[in-house]
Each structure stands twice: as C-alpha cells, then as structure tokens.
Design a protein around this ligand. Structure first.
Ligand code: AMP
Ligand code: MG
Length: 699
C-alpha cells in the first residue's frame, strides 16, 4: 500500500489559541517522499477544518494518495455505541456527535453533552471531568465518583499504550476526552465531504485516495525528545517528526502496520511497531535528493530571496554518511545522532567555594562550630558523616560529605585549628551545588543537526560522552568557468582576467567547515565542462561553480545542466546577483553562481551557506543580523532585495563608496553586508539597518 503524502494533525479540544503560534493548539505537518514541510499552526478548529479539507482536496486533485493521521481516538470502548446510537457502527457515533456538538471558537457544549450522554447510562459516568465553574448534571468532577455505568475504562489500544489516557476523562492535565468529542464531528464531515474517496482505519479497507488513521505521537516520544529543535514547539515537532517518519518508511512496512483486523473501537496506528517507528524517526539515512528539488513553482518571474531560501530549506537534506569521532576531532561537525548525558552533572552535590561545610541553615548572629578532623577535597570524598552542629574544612569541587549541605566562604570565617566562627544568617544550600543541577543522566543535551562548538565538547565531556556520531565532512568542489580566466600569479594578456572566485569561494567553504576540492578552471567548451562535472561529481558531494550561469551563448553551465534534466534557473529578485543556476549532475547538486566576484560571493553567502549546511547534515540556519544606525543615505525601489558591502565604524554602518558589482576590492573593505528588504526604502542617517557580519553566514 503506497501513499504519496502524509499529513499529521495534532488536534485540540480547547478554545482559540490566538494568532501567535502556541502549544496545545492545532498543529499540522505534511511530508512527501521523505521531505517535510514546516509545521503549520492553526489557531482553532474552524480554521483547521477548512485548511485540512482544502489540503486533502488539493492532494486528491493532483492524483496523490494521502495518509492523514489525527491524534485522538476514533472510537469508544465496546458497548458505548450500542447504547448511544443503537448500533455498533463507529460512524454512527461520529454522526451522533456531528449532529449535536456546537463549536464556536471561544465556547462549545462538550461538557453539557457529556452530562447528557452519562444520563443514558446506568449508575454514574462514564464521562467525567468538568472544566467549567458551573456544575453540570450527571457529569462528576472526579473519576472516582463514577459507579455502575457498565463500560470498560479503556479501549484495547489504551490498555496497550502505556501512558495513554482513557477517552472518558474530559479535563485535567493530559486528558484527551475533549479532543475526541470535538474532533469526531470534523472527521464525520470530512467523510461526508470526500464520500467514497476517503476511508477510515481500522474500520474500512483503505482502497481510496485518502486514508484516515488514528495516531498517538507519544509512541515516538523518545525520538521527539531527542530531535526537537530548541526553537520549535513540541506539538509542532511531533507532527513534523511523525510525518517525516511515515513518509520515509518502506511501503511494505507501512502496509504491515496498516494491516490489522477490523476493530470497531479503533486503534492507535503503529502501536505494535514502536521500536521500528522510533528507529526510523532517529535514522540518519536520508533519501536521495529528488530530481525536482530545484523546481520552482511556475509563474513568478523574479523570485523573492525569501521564497528561494524557503525552497532550499524544504528540499535539501543531508547527503553525507555518518561516522563516530572522538570528541577531540568532532568540533565543527554536524551531529547525526542526538547526544544524551551519560551521567549527571555535577555527578554529586559539591562545594562551590573553598570554605567550611555544615548542615544549614545558620541562623542570624555569631555562630561557632567545632571542626571535625580532616578535610573534604575534590577527588577524595570525606568518608564519614559530619555530626550535626559540626563543620568540616571543604574545598571547591569536593563532594559534600553526609551531614553537610551548606558551605560558608573561607573569607567570611575566623578559623582556629579546632573551631570556626562566622556571622549568620546563611541559607541552607548556600555555596553548594546540587547533583544534576546542570544536566541529569539520560537527558538529551544536543540535537541532531547541531554544528558542534568548542563549548559543546566541554558540555559532552562533562557528562562522560567521549565520542559523537556526526556527518562525514561535505566535500565541495570549486570550479570557475570562462575562457578569459587565468590563474593569479601567472601571465595574463589584455583580454584575460585573473580567476578571483576560486580562491575566494574555496576559503569561504573551508571557513564554513566543509572539505574543499579544487576542480580548477573550465573553458567555455561544453564537452570539456561535462568531463569536469563528471570528474567533480565522482569526487565531491556538491559542486559550487561560478560563471556561465545565465542563458547567454557562452553560458555552458546552464546549457549542460538543462540537458541533464534536473535543472532550474532561478531569477532572484536581488542585487547584486543575476540568475542562479541549480541542477543535479549525476545525482549531485551543482550550484551555478554568477561569475562576477561580488555577486558570486554575495550569492554564496546568502544561498550556498545555508544550502551547504543542510547538505552537510546541519539544521537550517538564518544568518544572525544586527540592527545598526546607518552612516549613509540611500533610496531604493520596491521589488528586490539589496545587499550592500558594509562595515561598522563608531557603532554605525557605513557602505562602500561604489555599489558597482565589478569592484571586488569593496568585499575586502567590508566586514559584512547590509540587507535592505524587498520593499521601497529611503534610508537617512541614523536609521536602523540590518547588518550581517560575513562570519554570521554559516556559524
Ligand atoms: P559570466 O557569469 O560567466 O557571464 O561572468 C560574468 C562576469 O564575471 C564576466 O565579466 C566574467 O569575466 C567575470 N568572471 C567570471 N568568472 C570569474 C572569476 N572566476 N573571477 C573573476 N571574474 C570572473
Ligand atoms: Mg563566462
């Protein structure tokens, strides 16, 4: 059974969460062929229903089969439906709720409805939990107040899934009951809308374009925790990872997971395959780049910089293998597996200063304490307990002996050989560090995609991690094209110019942490260039070429890549920069930068830096910028982004005297770029402008 598109939905039973992305809202994420979109935030169920309906319709219209997962129970424990609807058909329950749930973005009738349902059953229950202040007839506030309703507490699925909540609980931390009541009407309407094109697992055979399955992201909680980027909300990351994981699964495994006996309570998709899902979610294998990875949507003649960047972000993935390196060799590499702490840091409670340890707190006023013999020093724990009321000489980093939780600084103490005196008060725990206050054992400390910094090596070493699973270095081939080019240092005629790009781009790439492979200069000769590309792609993971990228007579790079099939010429709305040629040669990406050195360097920093970082296994990165007052004036028209060579002097940003893109010396003069947005702008002295240091382009 194959699906082209995977849509994962993290539902919510609560009210509108507002325009700013938040947790506990509805998050959706789609993946196709192993490539995942960014998670989408949907503020309430009305917006979500419309978004999902449109999404499914669009995929169907494009002839793509969709597997859509929703994170709430599709059914109730056996026996519920019969009493509620007179039938065991789960869809009768869906329709029952669809007919009765009233859902506005700021209020709904779910608690009243649950009370009304409870009244249909003997005893008290099964629903419980009331999120409202007012009491609701027949809806107990506590689960323990239920009795004699005659239904099982859990479905088979919740029995099996440790930590899954029963569908009866409507409120309180972790409760899922409300999501179910507020979700089933939406599924009921999706079914009616898509009719025969939509089938529901595990109630029906999935022989139609859309399959709906019940998911529970906590199944892969371990992988979620290990891979969640700091800046991404957990709910968002869960759907992202699940969408990616399912889309990367071998179709046979997927079929196996879907192949369960019909079950009218519903079940959790993947519940019998947790290890396999987790392994796939954490897998460092990435799918090969797709032939259409550089294909831009048609229509836009000038592509905004932001759209071009988003395209690269969504379509490029790591292309290098992995290796395990000792820490001393791992700096600058990209993590291919999460790092977890092997032990706590600090491993035991210890002294933060040199001084005297005792059992705190010490009250106000002069304190005297007898000293025990001996001392506690780092590396040699004091073997006995310190009796109450006594103190011990202790040095920084020494484990606190039994009976000690507080340390008084030696400078604050008058010490005699057998006694100390100091002025209180001193809080319990003063000048002492708790075990694990920094990191606890088993904690995920660094995520996949992180470029290891010197500090990271310290952090890892502190918790006993001696090596790291990282991506192999990305090998980037550097190539200049053009008959007019000569090597610097050699003789050149009038009609010839020196190759400025290769040394410049090579150094840039090395600075970014990649391995540079010098592919030399290529003449304006198609078959020779093809040979060089063949040789280059055999030795490199990616090629960064400059020159010959436009559509002119001598633009052989474009012409060749075009013939190879996977080619796109991006006309980017920016200055400097002409078209960017992107393509695959022997399945390896080739970036054709403009030949003009200023444009080549700016395009390399703006586009190649983040793109190469993704190919190298890093996370997507936006260059760090600073707002700095302008020491210049300028006006620009709307419709393109501009990058000016700039440097900071006296806290102000000044720009190079000429914007002429032929003046390569301006790149040396500058220490960074000023980025001016796509809109029309007039900049006066003192206006804040965005300055990006050259070093920020690939941190
Ligand atoms: P092209 O994109 O090949 O049309 O080149 C645009 C301009 O940049 C021409 O003036 C080229 O001579 C110049 N150029 C191309 N490659 C380089 C290079 N590697 N170093 C310096 N200038 C170059
Ligand atoms: Mg040329």
């Amino acid at each position: 059974m194959t699906f082209d598109t995977f849509l994962m939905v993290d539902w919510s039973g609560g009210n509108d969460r507002g325009p700013t992305p938040k947790k506990d809202a509805i998050w959706v994420c789609a993946a196709r062929d192993g490539t995942v979109d960014e998670p989408v935030y949907l503020r309430n169920r009305q917006v979500a229903e419309e978004w999902i309906t449109t999404f499914l319709a669009t995929e169907c219209a494009a002839g793509r089969r969709v597997l859509a997962g929703f994170d709430f129970a599709f059914g109730y424990p056996t026996g519920f439906g019969k009493i509620l609807t007179g039938s065991d058909d789960p869809f009768a329950i869906w329709n029952w709720f669809a007919d009765r749930v009233e859902d506005a973005s700021d209020s709904n009738n779910r608690f009243d409805l649950a009370g009304q349902i409870n009244a249909l059953f003997p005893g008290v229950g099964p629903f419980w939990g009331n999120g409202l202040k007012r009491d609701i007839a027949n809806l107990p506030r506590k689960g323990l107040n239920r009795a004699g309703h005659g239904l099982p507490e859990k479905r088979q699925a919740e029995e099996q899934a440790t930590g899954a909540f029963p569908v009866w609980q409507l409120s309180g931390a972790g409760a899922v009951g409300s999501q179910v009541i507020m979700g089933l009407p939406v599924l009921s309407r999706l079914r009616k809308h898509f009719r025969d094109e939509l089938k529901v697992w595990p109630f029906e055979a999935l022989d139609q374009p859309i399959a709906i399955v019940e998911i529970w992201p906590s199944l892969i909680a371990k992988a979620v925790a290990a891979t969640q980027p700091l800046e991404r909300i957990k709910d968002a990351h869960q759907v992202w990872l699940l969408a990616q994981t399912l889309s990367r699964l071998d179709p046979e495994k997927l079929s196996e997971m879907l192949d369960v006996p019909v079950n009218l309570e519903g079940s959790i998709f993947g519940i019998d395959h947790v290890d396999m899902l987790t392994e796939t979610a954490l897998s460092t294998d990435t799918p090969p780049l797709r032939n259409d990875c550089f294909a831009m949507p048609q229509g836009a003649y000038w592509t905004p910089v932001e759209d071009a960047l988003t395209h690269l972000k969504l379509h490029l993935t790591a292309v290098t293998g992995t290796e395990t390196l000792p820490l001393t060799q791992a700096v600058g590499r990209f993590l291919a597996a999460p790092v977890t702490a092997k032990r706590a840091h600090p491993p035991a409670a210890n002294a933060a200063v040199d001084g005297y340890g005792f059992a705190g707190p010490a009250p106000k006023g002069l304190q005297t304490m007898p000293l025990v013999a001996g001392r506690a020093v780092a590396g040699a724990p004091y073997p006995q307990a310190v009796p109450t009321g006594h103190a011990i000489r202790i040095l920084t980093g020494a484990n606190l002996p039994d009976g000690v939780d507080t340390v008084v600084l030696q400078e604050d103490v008058a010490a005699k050989p057998t006694e100390i005196a100091f002025h209180g008060p001193l809080k319990k725990g003063a000048n002492a560090r708790d075990a694990g206050e920094d990191m606890v054992a088993g904690q995920a400390i660094l995520n996949v995609g992180r470029k290891l910094t010197p500090a990271d090596l310290g952090t890892m070493a502190a918790v006993g991690v001696g090596d790291a699973t990282v991506r192999q270095q990305l090998h980037v081939g550097i190539l200049s094209t053009g008959d007019e080019l000569r090597e610097a240092g050699s003789k050149a005629d009038d009609g010839q110019i020196y190759d400025a790009n290769r040394p410049m781009l090579g150094a840039l790439i090395a600075d970014w942490g990649h391995a540079v492979v010098d592919l030399g200069r290529a003449p304006d000769d198609r078959s020779k260039l093809a040979q060089i590309l063949d040789d280059g792609t055999a030795r490199c993971d990616v090629i960064l070429a400059s020159g010959g990228a436009s559509a002119g007579d001598e633009d052989h790079m474009s012409a060749l890549l075009k013939d190879s099939g996977a080619f796109a010429l991006w006309r980017i709305a920016m200055k400097p920069g002409r078209p960017l040629a992107l393509g695959l040669w022997n399945q390896k990406p080739v970036f054709g930068l403009p030949g003009n050195p200023v444009a080549a360097m700016v395009c390399a920093m703006v586009f190649a830096a983040p793109a190469l970082q993704l190919l190298a296994g890093g996370a997507w990165q936006t260059a760090q910028s600073f707002q700095i007052p302008a020491a210049f004036t300028k006006s620009k028209k709307a419709g393109r982004r501009e990058y000016l060579r700039a440097r900071v002097s006296d806290g102000k940003a000044e720009v190079f005297a000429s914007e002429g893109s032929g003046r390569v010396s301006g790149l040396s003069w500058a220490t960074g770029l000023i980025e001016l947005g796509d809109e029309a702008l007039t900049i006066n002295h003192g206006d804040l402008v965005t300055f990006i240091p050259f070093s920020s382009f690939a941190l």
